[in-house]
Design a protein around this ligand. Structure first.
Ligand code: HEC
Ligand code: HEC
Length: 388
């Protein structure tokens, strides 16, 4: 292995706490061809049948869907979209008066200029208190089946009430928030246009915000143009990256489908077990020990603009992320926890995270490919004035 250990990689691995070793001796012979011209022709043919076969584990075959162009967003039957609802949702999303301090809006932590996140390791909210997790990007949230790193919300309508109530975020009771929005009469005509009734209630507030969030979708990336026939949309390095992504690097086992996420939960070995930042992830929601340390597979669309990465925000560069996957997560097993009261909660890393033996060229190609599924940020005009 030729890569240089960056300090960041060392820090992250040191932070890893306990994670099982996976099968370190496992090696998979890469089938990466260096015939870029042939790969370019196959991938840009517009025909999946011409694509090289994906390298995926038999365990994911049944639910597997290859990467591709995103379909149109679908809206729930009880919350159809209309332009007035989107406009209202956007106004509420930016309005800091929804928080108890009057200072924190959704947009404070989900800023379109910062990849719809906040650019920080973990978010801070009410009284500038630090939260425990990295603020997720809102890019393409419409396509997720569950929301949050641990999937504890079932829909965007359901999700929007969490940050309002969260003591570390907006710290506001829903009743008080509803009252406050009601007190700004300027909102009434907006609710009327959006819902056909000027009644301001919590249900409509959450629906409008969710409807706005469903408009936060990626435009066509260079990858999308490439696979639909624009054969010069990717550089040679990006073509190699695409191929390594689908084959030797095994990313497709989890980051698959047009969203680049399987909408499932996996343990990447990032529980930080035994440290003060320990996070058992999905287990906190289900109470099922098999879910210890599992987090939602995040979409990789727009990922070059949404750092720092992972639920803990401990990865400062995408190259660090690739190095981490390349190592197959060899975090030290902390035997000191075996036989202690908590050892039944020791996390098990997914067997899909394996040592990859990537070359420097392949590491760089993967990073380049992540750039090719990231689009140039569009400018979004924030509201200039809020309804009084
Ligand atoms: C103080 C910062 C902060 C504020 C304010 C905030 N969020 Fe978040 N948001 C986060 C963090 C942190 C997460 C991840 C939390 C977790 O997984 O436990 C998150 C997650 C989300 C997600 C889940 C995305 C996904 O892929 O699953 C959505 C949607 C979201 N926020 C929307 C909103 C909306 C709407 C508001 C305003 C009503 C809001 N947020 C206010 C920090 C914030
Ligand atoms: C076992 C399933 C699995 C495999 C295989 C996998 N990932 Fe992930 N990936 C995840 C999960 C789950 C997370 C979130 C983990 C967390 O936050 O603790 C994640 C996070 C990421 C992130 C951070 C995204 C963000 O928004 O913070 C990037 C980038 C990433 N993966 C890229 C890759 C690449 C490239 C590969 C192939 C080398 C790969 N992943 C292989 C499941 C997987």
């Amino acid at each position: 292995m030729k890569f240089q250990w960056t300090n960041a990689t060392k820090v992250v691995l040191a932070l890893c706490g306990v994670a099982t070793l996976g099968v370190l001796s496992f090696t998979r012979k890469g089938t990466v061809t260096n015939d870029i011209a042939a790969l370019r022709k196959a991938y840009s043919s517009g025909d999946y049948k011409q694509w090289p076969a994906p390298m995926i584990d038999p365990s994911v075959k049944a639910s597997f869907q290859d990467i591709g162009v995103l379909p149109a967003v679908s809206h729930p039957a009880d919350n159809p979209s209309n332009p007035e609802k989107i406009a209202l949702g956007k106004m509420l999303f930016y309005d800091p008066r929804l928080s108890v301090s009057g200072q924190i809006a959704c947009a404070s932590c989900h800023d379109p200029q910062l990849g719809w996140g906040d650019g920080k390791r973990v978010a801070f909210g009410h009284d500038r208190k630090l939260g425990g997790r990295n603020a997720m990007t809102l890019w393409n949230v419409a396509y997720y089946k569950t929301l949050f790193w641990d999937g504890r919300a079932e829909s965007l309508e359901d999700q929007a009430q969490f940050p309002i109530k969260d003591h570390l975020e907006m710290n506001q009771s829903l009743g008080a928030m509803e009252k406050k929005v009601k007190s700004f009469k300027g909102y009434e005509p907006m609710f009327e246009k959006a819902f056909g009734s000027k009644e301001v209630n919590i249900n409509h507030i959450l629906k409008a915000i969710a409807c706005f969030e469903r408009t936060i979708t990626s435009g066509k990336s260079r990858f999308d143009l490439f696979i639909t026939g624009k054969s010069d949309a990717l550089t040679d390095q990006e073509v190699l990256g695409l191929h390594v992504y689908r084959t030797k690097a095994g990313c497709l086992n989890c980051h698959n489908s047009p969203l680049f996420s399987d909408n499932q939960f996996h343990n990447d070995g990032q529980t930080l077990w035994g440290s003060k930042n320990e996070d058992l992830g999905r287990y906190n929601v289900t109470g099922n020990k098999a879910d210890i340390g599992k987090f939602k597979t995040p979409s990789l669309r727009e990922v070059a603009n949404t750092g720092p990465w992972f639920h803990h925000g401990n990865f400062p560069t995408l190259k660090d992320v690739i190095f981490f996957y390349d190592l197959g997560n060899p975090a030290p097993i902390q035997d000191k926890y075996k036989g202690t009261a908590r050892d039944s909660l020791l996390p098990t890393t997914s067997p899909l995270v394996k040592k990859l033996n990537l070359t420097d060229e392949e590491v760089n190609a993967l990073v380049a490919f992540l750039g090719a599924i990231t689009t140039t940020p569009r400018r979004l005009q924030p509201p200039v004035e809020f309804p009084q």
